[in-house]
Design a protein around this ligand. Structure first.
Ligand SMILES: [Zn+2]
Length: 91
């Protein structure tokens, strides 16, 4: 049996990562026992990548429009609007 160590994309630990089911697309989900976050090693849609939300907020603060922001990480303007709408709820 081959053992594959997957490093957590949040805390970079590789020894406390366990499988955590599969996505609808068939990609494997993993969960880190150290930081208790779930992740996929590779995402199909760039809008779900860690750090995309922070990039949207930074570009908004620098005066970029919704369609400009969507073009850079290649995500939908609808996703950009939803993230901005939800970020105002959290504050
Ligand atoms: Zn972790």
């Amino acid at each position: 049996m081959a053992v594959v160590h997957v490093a957590c994309i949040y805390c970079q630990q590789a020894f406390n990562v366990v499988k955590n089911g599969k996505a609808e697309t068939g990609h494997q989900w993993y969960r880190c026992k150290d930081c208790n976050k779930s992740f996929q090693p590779e995402y199909r849609y760039n809008g779900n990548l860690p750090g995309t939300h922070e990039q949207i907020i930074k570009m908004t603060m620098n005066g970029s429009g919704v369609r400009d922001i969507g073009r850079v990480p290649e995500i939908s303007p609808t996703t950009v609007l939803a993230r901005l709408k939800n970020s105002t709820r959290q504050q």
